[in-house]
Write a protein that binds this ligand. Sequence first.
Ligand code: BTN
Length: 224
Amino acid sequence: MLKAYHFKELRSTSEKAREFKVNSVIIADSQTKGKGRFKRRWSSLRGGAYMSIVLEPFEMSYLTFAAALSVYNAIKDTYRVETVIKWPNDLTYNKKKVCGILTQAGDKAIVGIGINTNNKIPKSLKDKAVSLSQIIGKDVDNKRLINAVLRHLEAYIEKLKNKKYNKIINEWKKRSFLGSEVVVRSIGKTYRGTATDVDKDCFLIIKDKKGKKTRIIEGDVIAK
Ligand code: BTN
């Protein structure tokens, strides 16, 4: 059972989470130094849903997929909005980012989730990001949405404990962008092709025009 701690403002919930024990959830109304993947900043204006969950160190790639599925299901249950999971763990709507997830490994795993809910999207991000309130045309009840995320995550944690990795991967595939034409930036190289699959290690498989398959271990996907 996860236990939540709520703060008005933090530098970063993921930073604060390191002070807490396993099964704690750190929630903030805003962050002054929100962190994204690859050391990027995560815009964290008031109104959004920002949380970090402290967990035992499960297999990180499956945990990341499970976190994305938890948010996918929570948004669908609560607001009937179907997002698309973009590998490895962004949630998009009409190709714009609604949620980002940053999982950090260590003696404890920290799963940081940022959902654009009622926060203003800065001008510089307007072509890349969208808020849930813009999609549904009314305010989001952050408390209700966060609770839904945590209930789903608890169920996935049981699956992780029971090593039901195939279930998680198959569910992820159903909710994902697989089949789309993509451009992937990965460790200094750019790949173009169709995202065809993820393998048992959660790595992305893309197929280029000539039918050559590449397995992407880490990177950023830009859906065309
Ligand atoms: C990404 O898409 O780059 C990941 C963004 C993760 C943002 C969340 S907001 C809550 C938690 N605290 C942080 O500083 N980052 C994560």
